[in-house]
Design a protein around this ligand. Sequence first.
Ligand code: HEC
Length: 160
Amino acid sequence: MKIIVLLINLSLFNAVTTLLAADVDFPTQVFPIFEKSCLTCHGPEKKKGGLRLDSQTATLKGGDDGIVLVPGDAAKSDLYRRITLPSGNDDVMPNKGAVLTKAQTDLIRDWINQGAHWPQSAVASVPQEKASAPIRPACCRFQTDGGGNQSDRQSSGDGD
Ligand code: HEC
């Protein structure tokens, strides 16, 4: 009984968090996870399972077992299933090292559910620095003072 209530709570919670999820920004929020945890095995050098995750085209194409990403439907996306498997499971990804955190898999879930938008700018070779605000020079701290400041002397005067 408790378990059922818990499960209902969990799925409600998931539904609500998905609905309320803020828009995920792929280049800054999701792609760095791919770069750090996936591309060593699913990138230009290695494509384990026939899968590359370094471009939208490649990711949508899928791997040896077919489609891994269904835009708009994380639940049907093998990519999401695999990253949410418990550590030690045969299918879990990444299959070496630490599994992704819940925060990371939630981001990826939301990104998929929001349509898996993948701006062209996010490809592996491009450094992912966002156009940053121009650095403002520390202006005007030292004002040039052309004249002497003899008038200061008055204050240190020693009477008559
Ligand atoms: C250390 C290497 C390694 C890392 C890192 C890794 N994978 Fe994999 N991945 C594999 C191997 C090997 C396979 C093929 C065997 C299998 O299907 O389990 C595979 C297969 C897959 C498949 C199934 C492809 C198909 O069609 O069969 C998906 C989806 C996948 N990985 C997603 C990911 C994601 C997402 C990440 C990052 C969070 C990741 N992998 C990180 C090694 C890795």
